[in-house]
Design a binder for this molecule. Structure first.
Ligand code: ATR
Length: 289
């Protein structure tokens, strides 16, 4: 029951009606016995600053930030965590006395999801597809976790080059090779970890695929798609000879990382994580096909 002492958190985005974050966070709050409620807030792009100031005035404890506000929100904060600064995007706000501090839990979420699936990163030859917002968190994580080499391939090579330069300059990680979506043909290694970070293949356009040559997929020992609608993308289907993972566990762990930032000292136990995953699966079951 919401009462006078209830802690309020939420998510800002535009659109917001498809968010499954309230489902996740209200479940963790209830199951942990915390008096916390989590709400969706539709915020127009020209209202981000007003929304953040309003949230602070309303004593809102924490916010998630989703598309398209992850960059715009950065100028509304009193401080920004190092990972979020390098990634160039903030998805979690934590209230402080002076204002909100910004974090990015996407990279940590992807790392924890891959750990859980026992997908190693250190020493791996990686192929990262895409150079948008999600790719930034993924390339940051791969560089930080000491991938041996990262092939960063994108439709716009210029965007891949910009992202690679940024990672070289900020993290000092040099082993990034950029190219077009056809450049995989020049990759000599034949045992790679691929991470698909674009929206190509996402519901409702589930027949789309970024690379349709079976020879590409024979180079992979593991194929990660950050999409979770559908649960099995065409990219994952074509990589059926490899280990595959979709984006649902990453989504769950980025949420858990945010929840734990808002509730210091609280750790979501493994059994609750398993039940929340089932909750998300049940919820997405209808829309995932
Ligand atoms: P987000 O922040 O959600 O990742 P984004 O910044 O627009 O969204 O990035 C989308 C990514 O998907 C980009 O890598 C984009 O490629 P470009 O940089 O060349 O635009 C990629 N992408 C989107 N639609 C695509 C398509 N039809 N074919 C190939 N790549 C596509």
């Amino acid at each position: 029951m919401i009462g006078g002492k209830t802690t309020i958190c939420g998510v800002i985005g535009c659109p917001i009606e498809h968010t499954i974050s309230p489902l996740m966070h209200n479940f963790y709050a209830r199951e942990s016995g915390l008096d916390l409620a989590y709400l969706p807030f539709l915020v127009q792009p020209d209202q981000v600053d007003a929304a953040v100031r309003g949230a602070f005035a309303l004593n809102i404890s924490g916010l998630n930030v989703t598309v398209p506000h992850k960059q715009a929100v950065m100028s509304c904060l009193t401080g920004i965590d190092e990972a979020a600064r390098v990634i160039g995007a903030v998805n979690t706000l934590v209230r402080t006395e002076a204002g909100y501090h910004g974090y990015n839990t996407d990279a940590a979420g992807l790392k924890r999801a891959m750990q859980e699936e026992q997908i190693p990163i250190a020493g791996q030859t990686c192929i990262l597809l895409g150079a948008g917002g999600a790719a930034k968190a993924a390339v940051y994580m791969l560089a930080r976790e000491a991938a041996d080499k990262i092939y960063l391939l994108n439709r716009s090579v210029e965007k891949a080059e910009q992202l690679a330069d940024h990672i070289r300059n900020t993290l000092g990680y040099q082993n990034i090779i950029t190219g077009s979506l056809e450049a995989w043909r020049e990759i000599e290694e034949d045992s790679c970890l691929a991470i698909q970070t674009t929206s190509v293949g996402m519901y409702p356009r589930i027949d789309d695929i970024l690379i349709d040559d079976p020879a590409f997929y024979r180079k992979l020992h593991t194929a990660v798609d950050i999409i979770y609608t559908p649960m099995e993308t065409n990219f994952m289907k074509m990589a059926s000879g490899a280990k595959t993972m979709n984006g649902l566990t990453m989504l769950m762990y980025q949420g858990i990382a945010a929840f734990e930032l808002w509730n210091p000292g609280v750790t979501i136990p493994a059994a609750m994580i398993a039940r929340s995953k089932q909750l998300l699966l049940d919820h997405l079951g209808g829309q995932a096909r």
